[in-house]
Write a protein that binds this ligand. Sequence first.
Ligand SMILES: Nc1ncnc2c1ncn2[C@@H]1O[C@H](COP(=O)(O)OP(=O)(O)OP(=O)(O)O)[C@@H](O)[C@H]1O
Length: 82
Amino acid sequence: MSIPSIDGYVVTEKLGSGSYSTVYKAYTKVGARMTVAVKCVDKSSIKNSGAAVDNLITEIRLLKTLTHPHIVHMHNFTWDDR
Ligand SMILES: Nc1ncnc2c1ncn2[C@@H]1O[C@H](COP(=O)(O)OP(=O)(O)OP(=O)(O)O)[C@@H](O)[C@H]1O
């Protein structure tokens, strides 16, 4: 996946990748430049796998609710065409 364009963020480099995702380093455009990790899941990579879609939705649902110093905090979630 090429470096994605994401509203509100300047994406600077690739940090790593998982089974269905690529994670990028980015910072917020507005206000203090908060550095974040942006996890991008390519829809085409999961469209034929019901289990992968279920896992993704579970991950999003859990990360929305979990607050713990040893668990990464999800600030934002969005869909786009890809
Ligand atoms: N918050 C983060 N900060 C820095 N690097 C990260 C962060 N989150 C993920 N990464 C990097 O991106 C890689 C892939 O992240 P991802 O969350 O998809 O991994 P995973 O959950 O281990 O993969 P899988 O989906 O295969 O289980 C990680 O191994 C790590 O190198």
